[in-house]
Write a protein that binds this ligand. Sequence first.
Ligand code: FAD
Ligand code: NAP
Length: 868
Amino acid sequence: MTTKTRPGNGKREQADLDVVVVGAGFAGLYLLHRLRGMGYTAKIFESADDVGGTWYWNRYPGARCDIQSIDYSYSFDADLEAEWQWSEKYATQPEILRYIQHVADKFDLRRDIEFSTRVETAVWDEKASVWRLRTSQGDTVSCRFYVMATGCLSAPKTLDIAGADRFRGATYSTSHWPHDEVDFTGLRVAVIGTGSSGIQSIPLIAEQAAQLTVFQRTPNFSVPARNGPIPARKLSDFEAGREAFREAARWSLAGVTVPISDKGAMQVSDEERQARYERIWEAGDLIEAVTIFNDIVANPESNATFAEFVRNKIRAKVNDSDVAETLCPYDFPIGTKRLCLDSHYYETYNLPHVRLVDLRKTPITTITETGIDSSDESFEFDAIVFATGFDAMTGAIVAVNIAGREGVQLSDKWADGPKTYLGLMTAGFPNLFMITGPGSPSVLSNMMVSIEQHVDWICDGLEHLRHKSLDMIEPTETAEAGWVQYVNDFGAITLFPQANSWYMGANVPGKPRVFLPYVGGVDVYRTICNEVVDNDYLGFRCSGPGGSRVNDGIVRPVQPDVTILMQIIESLGFPPINEMSVADARTFDESMATERPPGPEVGEIVDGVLTGAAGELAYRLYRPASPGPHPIVAYFHGGGWVLGGRDSDDPACRELCAQSDAIVISCDYRHAPENRFPAAADDGYAAVQWIAENAAALDGIPRQLAVAGWSAGGNIAAVVCQLARDAGGPEINAQLLITPVTDSDLSRDSYVDNADGYVLTADLMRWCWNHYADPADWQNPKAAPLRADNLANLPPALVVTCEFDPLRDEGVAYAEAMAAAGVPVRHLPCRGQIHTSIMAVDMVISSAAARAEMANWLRQGFRASVAA
Ligand code: FAD
Ligand code: NAP
């Protein structure tokens, strides 16, 4: 191997090559082309004897793409785009392979590819700052940068069926199909597996075989591909402006431009819902299918409507109702395993020589010399086809023995699931890149768009290093941990974790159950990757002759759905509340309450009037559906003592009532600035006294009373507890303080760190305080309960704080101070939440668990007080 001049090399040891790429599929080929263009010495090692990757190996009958070919093709070269015409909507494997071969020829790529050569080990040499690789040919090679373009679906799953090697007939695997034509004519054939590969191949195998028996463990959802000519609309859009077409795909949700509904499935009438599903059934496009409503993979109720629609289609297509029912999936939400696209799959089961065996009822006991034994039958076959899937996303990467800094094996580092930064790199393994690695959109997108984006990002990164005379890049542990958390958080607000899918690693025995891809969308992901670069490679440490630096940090510390909420609020373009008049601020606040989800049903809601400190005050009572009497929670709304009311916190009160099984009484209190300090606190205390006195009349349980409040309402709740203690009653069992105002010190770290950008700003809090109280009163414990001399003998408290909230630190301080004074205190810190998201019922899924915990804490507290 010759050493050429390496750009930005400085004085470190020369490597044989600047870059080694593993894999000659779509990813490796484009990367090689780009690297050459940038003047790097580069080589691909590929275990197959030609280019193609997926499309080299998966030659089974019926193999086609499931993203339309116009979309599923390279966009980087205008000539290539102009000269290649796809023959149909979903091209076959041979056509896609021809396309890849054409690309290899056009850009003369084969001369830098070593075929039939597997990379077996890769070791980071810390001293020399190079990777040293060993191949199946026994060669060693060193390189500065090492890229795994090894594919998400290239490592077949190890066969886990007893007796698989006993069979004396022919066996085939869809993922390693022979190059010579396989003829099943006149044969008795078994197919095991009904994922995309099985569903594509079964109808074609049935055309030839004398008998076909399909062994199904889990049925899948499939919609008709409706293959044929390229849809005229798509073609004309493409021809009208290729670059605009591609750019739109790059900034789309899944790498394909389809209209994305702004409605959830339950927000339209049943008639409209069915009509849209019918349209999808006719369209033959899997991205359109899962975006027909915006909550198909997030809302179980919406999901169930689509799943039942598809099941009804299956029932209509398959003549035998038992067979149809066996083909109907029930045990995972639709879309949480890759939706299949088929051509006459379900109809195949109407053929007299095709039989479906339900492995849930009669599992395979063993493969024998002549066939397959199930728990109640022996089958004889001439051929068995395994369509049993892949060790997806991580399999091909950890199959190489990769040792990073201090000899740490990647397979050990990833033993509990892969850890990456952006799905591109992993800490402790400098200069090692992955294309479409775990933690990137990859398999949830049109892979061509994701592949090109990763290749471009890596190449831009290498250029950046060269420009700065650096030659080492590696993510920091903090950045990586933050990304892993963010990817998991995104998965957790969807239905994906409910499926035993290969997305979850659930198909491979012993593989850790972790949601592997990033589900936030190609567009959001691209924004994040660009942001990392724009912030001077946030989360990376780089070094080389040009120096060394660490730019530590987390790129998305806020919960994903909270970020979406913040973006929606920002997009509305309202001026800051603290720049509005009080009247305008109240009108705005009320208008915000009209568009949101209503919250859950409760048994009864009654508006009434109670006696406040200076006259009557309105209240709203929420009664659980269960038979009474119930404990009572006196609740105080948020709004900085100036805004808010019964309506503003209505969904949260409904939910608190439904989940705690307590009566919730949302009490008004006089607002500032018309009624300044201590009006709100005095009203709060008077309201609690009134509720305690009238508990029985309200069908509540006397002396089963808690106070709760959010924000300024949390302040009132905390103050009421102190007043009740000092005045000898009423007896309060518990205080739930949700992101409460407890102090008037606006200089704490959380005020500084979260001053702006998280809806509740430091300026807005200042506005609230100024309206509420004269500076002389800011220290008064009736305004700032943290300032009280005595915090002992208060009711047990649950203090909820949000990470990105100016009020976070004073909430923590109040929890700590009460605990120090001997009060039983639980502190619930909410990671990635902001002040407003914690109460956004049915809008922010990630805060729902915290609210459920609050309700549960109240419920337990009431139970404990009864026992005492
Ligand atoms: P691959 O094409 O998988 O190439 C990786 C290459 O690396 C392989 O050739 C492999 O031999 C080689 N390799 C791996 N390890 C080593 C090693 N240690 N040493 C040497 N060589 C190694 N995606 C879509 O977006 N749309 C589709 O329609 C679609 N259809 C698909 C159909 C099938 C049947 C399958 C299996 C996948 C499909 N995919 C589809 C996903 C598909 O894998 C990607 O679209 C894309 O082809 C991946 O390209 P790649 O270059 O990243 O990886
Ligand atoms: P798959 O979706 O993982 O399906 C594998 C099938 O084999 C499942 O039905 C599985 O059942 C079954 N199976 C595995 N082990 C088994 C065992 N021991 N006993 C009985 N059954 C067993 O794999 P795939 O079909 O190859 O598809 C993988 C992915 O590749 C797809 O999701 C898609 O992304 C891509 N792909 C795309 C296309 C396309 O249309 N373009 C075609 C093929 C593949 P269980 O579900 O019960 O485990």
